[in-house]
Design a binder for this molecule. Structure first.
Ligand SMILES: Cc1cc2nc3c(=O)[nH]c(=O)nc-3n(C[C@H](O)[C@H](O)[C@H](O)COP(=O)(O)OP(=O)(O)OC[C@H]3O[C@@H](n4cnc5c(N)ncnc54)[C@H](O)[C@@H]3O)c2cc1C
Length: 316
C-alpha cells in the first residue's frame, strides 16, 4: 500500500513540484545521490574505488518529453565518459531509455544511445541499459538486441518480479548479453508481475542460479578483464546474497564470473563487507538534478526511509 503510494507519487508532476520545494527533500535524497554535477560524482566514485568498489554511473533523468532534452542527456553521458577516462576512476555507465527519447521515437532513441555506446567503446568501458516499467520492456529489449549487432560493450537488466523474466534471461544471457538481475522497482499489474514479495524473492533466487550457471559455462567475453562479468546480482537482500553464495560455493563458480551490485547509500556496510570477502562489488551511483523519481522509488522500497522522511518534513 505504502509502496504503491510512493510509486504513484514518483510519477506525479504536482507531487514533484510540491516535495522538491522543501530543502530537506534534497538533503535526504542526497543520501542516495552523489551530487548534482559530474565533478561531485567523480569525487564519490574515487572514494568508492578506494574502498575496493567498482561503480556504474547514472546521470539522473527519465521520461523526456522532447528531443532537445534527450539529446542533452546523451551529451552529458559523452562528457561523463570523457571525465571517467580522464580521471582514471573505475566506472562504467547505466542509462534509462526514456531519458534518451524512447517515448518520442524508437529510431531517434537508438541513434542517441549509439553515440554513448560508441564513446563507451572508445574509452574502453561498458554501457548498461536499465529496465523501466512494463510499457517499455519490449522496446528496451529490442533496442538492446539492435545495439548488440554492433556493440558487445552493451548489456541490460531483468526484473525478477516479472513472469516473463526467466524466458528473457535464457534468451539474452544465453547469447552472451551481460545481465543485471534485480527484483524490480516499478508498480506493475498482477497479470505481469508477482504481487507477493515471497514469490518475487523465490523467483529471484531461481533466476540468480540460472544466471550464475550460464556465467559459469559461458566462454569469456573478448573484453574479459575490462568489461563486467556476464552475471550481476543487484540486491541488498541478505537472503538473496546468502542463497547466491551457497550456489556459488556448491558449483565452484569462479569469482570473476559474477559481481554483486548495490545502490549508492544503501547497505554500505554490506557492500564493503562483500568487497573485503573478495567478491567483486559495484555501486550504482546516480548524479544530476532530476533526482525526484529515483528518490521516491528508494522511499517506496523501505518503509523506514519513508517515516524518517515524513517526520523530518513536518518537524521543520
Ligand atoms: C545496482 C542496482 C541497479 C538497479 N537497477 C534497476 C533497474 O534497472 N530497474 C529496476 O526496476 N530496478 C532496479 N533496481 C532496484 C531493484 O529492482 C529493487 O527495487 C531494489 O534493489 C530493492 O530490492 P532488494 O533486492 O534490495 O530487496 P528488498 O527486499 O526490497 O530489500 C531487502 C533489504 O535491503 C535493504 N533495502 C532495500 N532497498 C532499500 C532502500 N531503498 N533503502 C534502504 N534499505 C534498503 C533493506 O534492509 C531491505 O530489508 C536496481 C537495484 C540495484 C541494487
Amino acid at each position: 500500500m505504502l509502496r504503491d503510494s510512493f510509486l504513484f507519487l514518483s510519477r506525479a508532476g504536482w507531487a514533484q513540484t510540491a516535495i522538491t520545494r522543501f530543502p530537506l527533500a534534497w538533503q535526504m535524497a542526497s543520501r542516495f545521490v552523489a551530487g548534482e554535477t559530474i565533478d561531485a560524482a567523480i569525487a564519490v566514485i574515487r572514494a568508492l574505488n578506494a574502498k575496493g568498489l567498482d561503480v556504474t554511473l547514472d546521470f539522473l533523468g527519465e521520461s523526456m518529453t522532447n528531443e532537445a532534452e534527450a539529446t542533452h542527456a546523451a551529451n552529458e553521458y559523452v562528457c561523463a565518459l570523457e571525465q571517467i577516462a580522464a580521471s582514471g576512476v573505475r566506472s562504467n555507465v547505466s542509462i534509462k531509455l526514456t531519458q534518451f527519447g524512447l517515448d518520442l521515437d524508437y529510431d531517434f532513441c537508438l541513434r542517441n544511445v549509439r553515440r554513448v555506446a560508441e564513446k563507451a567503446r572508445a574509452v574502453g568501458t561498458f554501457l548498461r541499459v536499465d529496465m523501466e516499467g512494463t510499457p517499455h520492456t519490449d522496446r528496451t529489449l529490442q533496442l538492446v538486441r539492435d545495439l548488440r549487432q554492433d556493440f558487445d560493450n552493451v548489456g541490460t537488466v531483468l526484473q525478477a518480479y516479472l513472469y516473463r523474466a526467466e524466458q528473457d534471461l535464457i534468451e539474452l544471457a544465453g547469447n552472451g548479453t551481460r545481465i543485471r538481475l534485480c527484483k524490480g522497482a516499478y508498480q506493475e499489474p498482477p497479470d505481469k508481475a508477482f504481487p507477493l514479495k515471497a514469490d518475487v524473492d523465490a523467483n529471484y533466487v531461481k533466476l540468480a542460479k540460472i544466471l550464475l550457471d550460464l556465467a559459469h559455462s559461458a566462454a569469456p567475453a573478448d573484453d574479459a578483464g575490462r568489461g563486467p562479468p556476464l552475471a550481476a546480482l543487484a540486491t541488498h537482500d541478505e537472503q538473496m546474497i546468502t542463497a547466491a553464495k551457497t550456489h556459488i560455493a556448491e558449483k565452484s563458480i569462479p569469482r570473476d564470473r559474477f559481481e554483486f551490485q548495490m545502490l549508492y547509500g544503501v547497505r554500505r556496510d554490506l557492500q564493503e563487507q562483500l568487497a573485503r570477502e573478495g567478491f567483486a562489488v559495484r555501486a550504482y551511483v546516480p548524479y544530476g538534478t532530476h533526482w525526484y523519481p529515483y528518490f521516491m522509488r528508494r522511499l517506496a522500497e523501505r518503509p523506514a526511509n519513508v517515516w524518517f522522511f515524513v517526520s523530518n518534513l513536518f518537524k521543520r
